[in-house]
Design a protein around this ligand. Sequence first.
Ligand code: TXE
Length: 479
Amino acid sequence: MDIKNYINGAFSPPVADRYIDNYNPSNGEIYGQIPNSDAQDVELAYKSAKNAFPSWSETTIDERSRILIKISELLEANLQRFAEAESKDNGKPISLAKTVDIPRAASNFRFFGNAITQFASESHESVGINAINYTLRQPIGVVGCISPWNLPLYLFTWKIAPAIAAGNCVVAKPSEVTPMTAYLLGEICNEAGLPKGVLNIVHGLGTSTGQAIVEHPNIKAISFTGGTQTGAHIARVAAPMFKKLSLELGGKNPNIIFADCDYDDMLATTVRSSFANQGQICLCGSRIFVEESIYEKFKTDFVAKVKALKVGHPSEKDTNIGALVSKQHLEKVIQYIEIAKQENGKILCGGDRVTVKKFEKGYYLQPTVIEVENDECRVNQEEIFGPVVTIMPFTSDDEVLEMANKVKYGLSATLWTNNLKRTMRMSNELQTGIVWVNTWMLRDLRTPFGGVKASGVGREGGFEALRFFTEAKNVCIKY
Ligand code: TXE
């Protein structure tokens, strides 16, 4: 299926008529073409957004809210179709797309459709000098949203929904690796009555389409989720133009397991936090630290559970692990398994490609558990972003805290313990934007989401996102 750009409410081919192949990771075959848009297409998208802005920014909150909630309902009504498209484009099990990706994309629109009706700003009375200050929260204008391939529609809408709820118009680019559900979203927006030009979607490579969005002098804010290197590059390009930036980047998250935890719950959740979405979630707990007294037991139980996971075609109901997103990504992950071996890492299970019958060219890999000797080896420090985790024992709170913090990333951490004192100390001292205690990826969309250190700058979610997508203006009236 070939796809087109969505500009000013219409579907159009790229001006230069250049395309890139779209692969189905489950069988390695090309199944469509996507536009490789350039600066001319981005300019068209920008103009359409700019023209829509005066009217959209003056549209009542009730009306914006109504349209966002309508988009949410239409996504829910099209759940099966969107889940199939997401699974085919990305390689993820259809069961996951159906229970997580698409419902969550719908929630994003519903959530921000509601949140905007509650968003308020402050006023400050300057007592004794007869002055009152109030803050306006004005939409920025035209903003850029650039998203990755791991949770395609889920992360795309996580940016777009707050941007348009706050009254902005958007030029958005999904990952060129997984463009399909973003393409389908255009139809839904038209059906929901979103005015033309409020959302424009341009497809293409990061280095051409994405770069043109970031370089555009009048796209005043960029919300980006993707790799840390790309984030650093975007920051360099955007800084001289003083753009507002929200960057959600990589992670290398510790999963810290104490002997006093609820063992069965921890074990089942740890399988998920290690391998959900083939390990391709920035929140996956890819470094597992286990208290020495339960280390051997955990190792045996965990490896047994991981070996029981079924790697298979994404459309099959009992598949736990689908295909990795692309050939290049599969090769990158395999390379890390080789690095682990050179570093004396012990492969406890997995490590090899899987051939799925009838889909021999698909990008399948066994879920892999590597026992490492020290926490400073490369596989324990660098983001692999695949179905690969490391495990090692620890003996004290101080030791594990130090190891947990000794990486360049700081997105999230998971803690398994029933000790309150320990919970409080650890969650205060872990250098991450998110700490989960006795759970993983339990999301409340009102909470701030994002990381510290090389995991990015800024926070998404709730009012944080609405603050990002608005400019605060103070008005001071003397009376
Ligand atoms: O991401 P990129 P890649 C990590 C993960 C992965 C690595 C690289 O470790 O292996 O990043 O993945 C667009 N100007 N994460 O290379 O390139 C690109 O087109 C503007 C973590 O696939 O960062 C896509 O839409 N845009 C992560 C988006 O950026 C540019 C999720 C992300 O792609 C651009 C994905 C440019 N110059 C990967 N270059 C997470 N935090 O969840 C690329 N893009």
